[in-house]
Write a protein that binds this ligand. Sequence first.
Ligand code: GYE
Length: 321
Amino acid sequence: MNNNRRTVLASALAASIAVAAPMSAFAQKKIVMGFSQIGAESEWRTANTNSMKSAAAAAGIELKFSDAQQKQENQIKALRSFIAQKVDVIALTPVVESGWDTVLKEIKDAKIPLILMDRSVDSKDTSLYATHIGFDFVKQGEMAGQWLVERAKTMKGDINVVELQGTVGSAPAIDRKKGFEDAIKGNSNIKIIRSQTGDFTRAKGKEVMEAFLKAEGKKINVLYAHNDDMAIGAIQAIEEAGLKPAKDILVISVDGVKGAFEAMIAGKLNVSVECSPLLGPLVMATAKDIVAGKTVARRIIGKDGVYPMETAAKEFPSRQY
Ligand code: GYE
C-alpha cells in the first residue's frame, strides 16, 4: 500500500471513530482546519499568517481563518463557530495565557483535535490540546539578557535598562521578561528602571519610549524590547530626542524580522534574538498526522538564534521573513 493511500485510510478510520462518518464519504474529503489568529500587530504576525495560509494551500488543507483583532472574546467566538462547523482540526494562537479552560473543554468534548501554535495557555489539563508547536520564550529572554551581560563587561558604572513589554498576560511577554531578568540577575550594576507594555506594536513602542525618555532622559543606557516592532518604534523616539540608537542607548529586541535586520544594517539596533514565525508547514504536517490517527509530539519547538548587528549584512540576503 502506498503512503498516500495509507494516510487516507487512516484518516477515514480516525474520522469514523470520531464522528461516525461513512468511510467512503470521508475518503474524498479535504481536511478542514479552523485557525484563530490573534490579529496583525507586528511584522512577525504577518509573516506567521502568510506562512499558515501558504502552507495550508500547499498541503491541500482548507483553512478557515479568523482574525481576533487582539481580543480573547473574539477568539472564543471563533472557536465556538469552528465547533459548530464541525471542522476536522483547530489551530489556536492564544492572545493571552489564561481563561481558556471552558472553551478548550468544549473543543475536546466535540472531539476536535486542537493544535496550539506559537503562544501557549496556562491550563493545568494538558489533555485539552494535542500538541503545542511554539517556542521557549524564557530562553529567548535569557539570550537577550546574556548578550547584555557580555556587552556590560566593556561598560562602566550603572547600566540602566528600560523595558518594553509585549501584550499584557501573553506568554511571550511573561516569559521574555522572566528570561531576561534571570540572565542579568548576577550583575548588580544592571538595573531595569522602567518597564511598561507597548502591546507588541510600533506605534505603542514609540509612544512608551517617548514617555521613558521624558521621565529618565540620559539616564537610560539600554532598551530591551520584547519584539522588533516596538524596538523600531522606540528607535524613532530615541532619534527624535536627539540621541543615537545603538550608541547612546543600546537596543536589544526579539523576533529577527526584516525590519530589524534593516535597522541593524543602518547601525540603529544592536541585536535581535530570532523567533521564526514560519511555523505553517510544521502545523499542516502535524494536522495531517493527527487526523490520520498518528501519535504526535506533545511539544514542538520552533527555530531561534541570536543575530548581533555585526552579522546582519551577511545574513540579510538569506532571511525569509
Ligand atoms: O514576538 C511578536 C508578536 O507570539 C512570538 O507576537 C509571538 C510574538 C512576537 O506580535 O512580534
